[in-house]
Ligand binder design. Structure first.
Ligand code: ZN
Length: 240
């Protein structure tokens, strides 16, 4: 079994009725339900910024194989100490990290991959997600392309390191393109960034998006025999 912790800042759902109507159990609750579709594979728990220890006590982190992250407005509220612990878990102990949508600007994502994650963005519009690496485990069962009727436009340039594996590229109706599914290897850990998931859209109810999130959690899980790395090794210059 893969122990997955779904972390969410849980701001929009608690401050906006429209968002709450789309995600009555929170975005974290919705993501947890996606994983719960494979009960023999995933043990899922949720954590939010408002929980004690911001939801990520040592006990939780040390028992998390894959951490899925959704944040948007409250990135700076996440403590640097927790970010350092997350990075350590990824680099040295192989915890997987999956950054969703606006987590491109989250402290842990930026700290793990090493750039500031800035990008171009614009109005919500039709998106086509192209599967450009069909043999990749995260693309398993995903067609050549699929459409999201309305999603927030994220465009290039996207200030990330060149992905180690680029699985999805998106096209938006007004002409922008975006590297929407990016894999990284950091230390002994694996990282995946996936773009869909604006809080006022319903992308997390799309069957392809749901499958990609499950595939990503499975891919990012550490090998059970993972040996430790030298404690002082830093593979990427930390941002925080
Ligand atoms: Zn958004």
């Amino acid at each position: 079994m893969i122990n997955v912790t779904v972390w969410n800042e849980n701001y929009h759902e608690t401050h906006n009725e429209h968002v709450r109507s789309i995600f009555p159990r929170g975005i974290h609750g919705c993501i947890a339900e996606i994983l719960a579709e494979e009960p023999d594979t995933f043990n899922v728990r949720t954590a939010t910024l408002g929980d004690p220890d911001q939801g990520l006590s040592d006990e939780v982190l040390n028992n998390t194989d894959v951490l899925i992250w959704w944040g948007h407005l409250l990135h700076e509220h996440v403590s640097n100490e927790i970010v350092r612990k997350i990075r350590h878990r990824v680099y040295r102990e192989g915890m997987g990290f999956v950054a969703l949508h606006s987590a491109h600007m989250s402290k842990p994502f930026r700290s793990i991959v090493g750039t500031d994650g800035s990008l171009l963005w614009g109005d919500n519009q039709l998106e086509i997600v192209w599967n450009v690496l069909p043999a990749h485990p995260i693309a398993e069962g995903i067609p050549q392309y699929f459409m999201l009727e309305s999603e927030e436009m994220y465009g290039e340039p996207f200030n990330i390191p060149q992905p180690d594996e680029l699985v999805f590229i998106s096209w938006f109706k007004h002409g922008n393109v975006f590297r929407s599914g990016c894999c990284y290897y950091r230390g002994v850990g694996k990282v995946f960034y996936f773009q869909p998931g604006h809080e006022t859209e319903r992308s997390y109810y799309d069957p392809n998006v749901r499958r990609i999130i499950r595939n990503a959690a499975r891919w990012a899980a550490p090998h059970k025999f993972m040996p430790g790395l030298p404690a002082e090794t830093d593979y990427v210059r930390p941002i925080v």
